[in-house]
Design a protein around this ligand. Sequence first.
Ligand SMILES: Cc1cc2nc3c(=O)[nH]c(=O)nc-3n(C[C@H](O)[C@H](O)[C@H](O)COP(=O)(O)OP(=O)(O)OC[C@H]3O[C@@H](n4cnc5c(N)ncnc54)[C@H](O)[C@@H]3O)c2cc1C
Length: 596
Amino acid sequence: MKNITRGGQFLVKETKAEDIFTPEDLTEEQKMMRDSVKEFVDREVWPNKKRFEEKDYAFTEEIMRKAGEMGLLGIAVPEEYDGLGMGFVTTMLVCDYISGATGSLATAFGAHTGIGTMPILLYGTEEQKKKYVPKLATGEWFGAYCLTEPGAGSDANSGKTKAVLSEDRKHYLISGQKMWISNAGFANLFIVFARIEDDKYITGFIVENDPSNGITFGEEEHKLGIHSSSTRQVFFSDTKVPVENMLSERGNGFKIAMNALNVGRIKLAGACLDAQRRVITEAVKYANDRVQFKTPISQFGVIKSKIAEMATAAYVGESAVYRAAKDIENRIEIRQAEGNSHQEAELKGVEEYAIECSILKVAASEDCQNCTDEGIQILGGMGFSADTPMESAWRDARISRIYEGTNEINRMLSVGMLIKKAMKGHVDLLGPAMAVKDELMGIPDFDTPDYSELFAEEKEIIGKLKKAFLMIAGAGAQKYGPELEEHQQLLMAASDILIEIYMAESAILRTEKNAKRFGKENQKEQIAMAKLNLFHAVEKINSKGKEGIASFTEGDEQRMMLMGLKRFTKYANLPNIVTLRNTIAEKVSAENKYCF
Ligand SMILES: Cc1cc2nc3c(=O)[nH]c(=O)nc-3n(C[C@H](O)[C@H](O)[C@H](O)COP(=O)(O)OP(=O)(O)OC[C@H]3O[C@@H](n4cnc5c(N)ncnc54)[C@H](O)[C@@H]3O)c2cc1C
């Protein structure tokens, strides 16, 4: 087994290019799976985009059923429960490519296979799994996840839904109001979180949909986007649930909810990728065709800049998502080899990379949003028209920043979890943070290193960016201790730095690995993308770093940290950004599609 970086360790441990997985490492079997999903979407979904915009909920259900017939709903489900039992990377591929044409299907698929099925797979008893998972894996039944309530959104453990044990102790009676429930309109089964007595933490239950059992629904919500994703309120009124349908133990619901969301987050990041690829392809096709001032607009520098930035963000997102997906898959395999059940191994494998899952969710959802926004801009007035795919893509992209934990919550979580890991001794942040402090007190090295090898300078910069994070987060943690979590704006700045580092490093390592095997010339545009992205990362880290430092330091300490930040965000050879962008855009224009 290759050198595996543990969750969160990317920050303090150097990762080698050969140790990361890239989309270019997909096996033939994985490629076949990817291509069959792509073909399915091209045939069944993309040509019917209009139906998804017209709130044709039944059509979403029909497509979901077809996906079930193809086995796509059971991709991550072990064969013993009628799934295909594929690994985490393949699961990610399916999630990625099935989600590109419309957010409505992406949401229905994600809610069903992720938060609707995973809690049973990860926490269910053998009986529960045997009873429910095969139905969910084949699409005979659909699942939904009922956590959010009118008064309990981000504060998910504050729900008021109650579960009361019946006098004969055979049932719980669940009563309460759940809100924003995806797939509610056609779900056969709900994962419901409710509180027993005055328990500190909520408890999870598997609840079958039965209208005669006190379950009613609100009307379909009128939403900005994902028009054919069913979203309703679900009301439970003394709904009888057999005691054997409790998931895991009493009071374990919050943990279940959070762990289901960890898996959901990385999958959501995957689900933001193909939307970007498709938007880029549509935008570049239009830009090549559209002539203004006697010139195809794709030849204008401004449009080249947009195409290059869009392609770069998608490429970076792919690099990071598949890197993390394979790390998770490897961890699952290691745990299984150590004797853990598949269930336990998967749970712990994903939990280990919870920091990366939050990082990816934030980065990919925001990149997707920017991509669709620029997609509209490239199409000009046509981009604003509902007759082109940009308008719905833009509206659909917006939700990804809100559900599966808002991006603000995920930003705070990423840094919070990292600090917790450090306190538990799982990631040594303190040692490296102290080393950075010592380095700043010492005399800097004025020698110019040899940067002749590909990415020599970029990799050195990545190392320095990590130091910038350690310096700021380390000093912040030292100053505020456990109260750090109350300093949200500092946390947000720190998480932006963390996100930029993971994403930039992933793109550089992917490209380095590919340049080594396919040749630098072959990877010219990818090299340009990795460099362009790093340039933005450095600029952002410089700005967010200043913001963070200024928020809690003054005098000499502040001057020293600002000097450190300057040193850590400095290029010896500033790349020519315009040339990089032109290199990328000209390739995308020549291929008339996203081609990486
Ligand atoms: C289309 C759609 C589908 C959904 N599907 C499901 C589903 O299937 N199942 C389900 O259970 N839920 C679902 N949700 C709910 C979704 O997960 C929540 O909307 C989300 O978690 C945010 O909760 P909220 O809307 O109550 O916002 P709030 O929690 O009220 O947040 C409002 C704002 O305050 C910020 N905020 C909140 N707390 C803090 C804090 N501590 N510090 C700083 N800022 C904070 C948030 O980031 C946000 O910007 C769905 C929502 C939508 C819109």
